[in-house]
Design a protein around this ligand. Structure first.
Ligand SMILES: C[S@@+](CC[C@H](N)C(=O)[O-])C[C@H]1O[C@@H](n2cnc3c(N)ncnc32)[C@H](O)[C@@H]1O
Length: 264
């Protein structure tokens, strides 16, 4: 069983409905999707924007972008493009886009204010920013339960610097976006389970890949590594149901408006 590149679309199916409604892409809009991955949200935006609009997805992973381009071709979308680019520094055309979207692609910036300034330059004055980010780690069972299974004998993943929860704190998000030139910063909670797979083997393969488990276990002797994997499997089994393997989660939909340059 290997990791499926379409994992995030399945994992986030319930979140995506909230995100799509909040994004509210209108005909003829030009859309930037930051950290687009395999491009589901970019393709949905391109469909909503129609022939008079467009969508550009950027990601640092060429592997994910290959999948995004293939799926866009299959859907015969001719108003969507993908670029391998670091959104923190990429020289986007100035004031090009009406909206910037990101589904869990903005939490990993080394200097978030500088990165959002760069994104803001690409947006029209008054353009929208709509992004999904994880809420606090202790409200995300997918992180706490799996880390607990793995961390008793392996070092827990660091939560300093860029990480999945770096935009979890509303005050921090407000400060970063305000400093970067955005206004009307609002956060709305989304509480939906994340889906890790139809069954235990799918979910187990996903966790091994996403948590880089094999690298972490390489430091352990065979007995300890086996015990850790046993705990991981037990955690996954405990979350298996008729609806698949699911963990509770909480995220924020963050929205903001790009301030006109003269107001800064
Ligand atoms: C959790 S994945 C989400 C992917 C996609 N938005 C989705 O929901 O399926 C985060 C993505 O952000 C990308 N990413 C992280 N930092 C980035 C950056 N500075 N510029 C562009 N993409 C970035 C990663 O390569 C990864 O594909």
């Amino acid at each position: 069983m290997t990791f499926d590149l379409g994992f995030y679309d399945a994992e986030l199916r319930l979140h995506n409905e909230h995100f799509r409604a909040a994004s509210d892409i209108r005909p003829n809009e030009h859309v930037l999707d930051v950290g687009c991955g395999a491009g589901q949200t970019t393709r949905q935006a391109a469909q909503a924007a129609g022939r008079g609009g467009s969508a550009l997805g950027v990601d640092v992973s060429e592997v994910m972008l290959e999948q995004a381009r293939r799926l866009a071709n299959e859907e015969q979308l001719d108003n969507v493009t993908f670029e391998c680019a670091d959104a923190q520094t990429f020289p986007f055309p100035a004031s090009r886009f009406d909206i910037c979207l990101s589904r869990f692609g903005t939490m990993f910036f080394a200097d978030p204010v500088a990165a959002f300034v760069n994104v803001g330059r690409a947006l029209q004055p008054g353009a929208r920013l709509v992004m999904l980010v994880w809420a606090q780690r202790d409200r995300n069972e997918w992180a706490t339960a799996i880390d607990e299974a793995l961390s008793w004998e392996t070092a827990p993943q660091s939560t300093n610097g860029p990480n999945a929860f770096s935009l979890a704190d509303p005050t921090t998000v407000d400060r970063i976006l305000t400093d970067a030139g955005f206004d009307v910063v609002q956060l709305a909670a989304v509480r939906e389970p994340v889906y890790y797979g139809a069954g235990i083997e799918d979910a187990y393969a996903a966790v091994l890949h996403l948590w880089k488990v094999e690298t972490r276990l390489a430091r352990l002797d065979a007995t300890t590594a086996g015990r850790t994997l046993g705990r991981l499997r037990a955690t996954i089994e405990a979350h298996n149901s008729e609806a698949g393997v699911r963990f509770d989660s909480e995220a924020w939909i963050v929205s903001a408006i790009n301030r006109p340059r003269s107001d800064r």
